[in-house]
Write a protein that binds this ligand. Structure first.
Ligand code: SME
Length: 159
């Protein structure tokens, strides 16, 4: 049984604990789906104010939904479309304070107001994106971005 207690007062400690829990979850497990599923569950349980947390995988140059927590979501997203597609096309983090102001945002859940999408890249190749949605406007700060980049680094070795 895994029983991680991640409830830190400050974000730096929260993400340090989260990275360490993720590392221990994926270490020694080669199955990418298993690792994405546990990562989505861990993030969902640990980070407050999320309404969606999960993955879109790069399947032949198109994003296809992977393991996640939250409401059923759009299945396929072309590179360059929406926030996830922008992250996939540019390999750059997309941290969007107000998704309604983002040209081409794909509304999978009307509750979403802000979004953080982090590309997971190994040897220059996009494997997947980590997508977090929040009902709160400007939910994601620079600290969230830095913390999630660290999680993406761990996942780049585990997918
Ligand atoms: N909002 C995303 C689509 C995926 S859902 O948020 C789960 C986008 O614009 O790419």
């Amino acid at each position: 049984m895994y029983d991680f207690k991640i409830a830190a007062a400050d974000k730096a400690t929260l993400y340090r604990d989260l990275a360490s829990a993720l590392e221990s979850l994926v270490t020694g497990e080669p199955d990418a789906v298993a690792n994405m599923a546990n990562a989505a569950a861990l993030i969902w349980e640990s980070l407050p104010d999320l309404n969606w947390a999960g993955f879109y995988r790069n399947v032949g140059g198109e994003l296809v939904v992977g393991p996640f927590q939250g409401r059923p979501a759009c299945i396929r997203i072309p590179f360059g479309t929406g926030v996830c597609g922008a992250a996939a096309a540019t390999l750059k983090v997309q941290r969007i304070d107000d998704v309604h102001a983002f040209d081409g945002h794909i509304a999978c859940d009307a509750a979403s107001n802000s979004e953080l999408v982090v590309p997971i890249v190994r040897d220059g190749v996009l494997l997947a994106v980590l997508d977090l949605d929040s009902p709160k406007t400007a939910r994601f700060t620079e600290e969230d971005e830095a913390g999630c980049l660290k999680l993406a680094e761990i996942l780049a070795r585990a997918l």
